[in-house]
Design a protein around this ligand. Sequence first.
Ligand SMILES: [Zn+2]
Length: 65
Amino acid sequence: MAVAGAQQKCGARTKSTGRPCKNAVMKGTSRCRKHQGEWSPQGVLDRRQRELDDAKRKLAKARRK
Ligand SMILES: [Zn+2]
């Protein structure tokens, strides 16, 4: 049986108010979608994508010379 309200709340402080963010956390993390940070599964994916884009851009630049 699922327990209502058992999902953890994000404890990150919001920059604007300084109060804890009370959004429900993402599965497998201790932060909500907004505050999951760069080491969350999604953050790692985002960064990998950014690095790929950077590498492609550098390659394209190098070839043009
Ligand atoms: Zn949060």
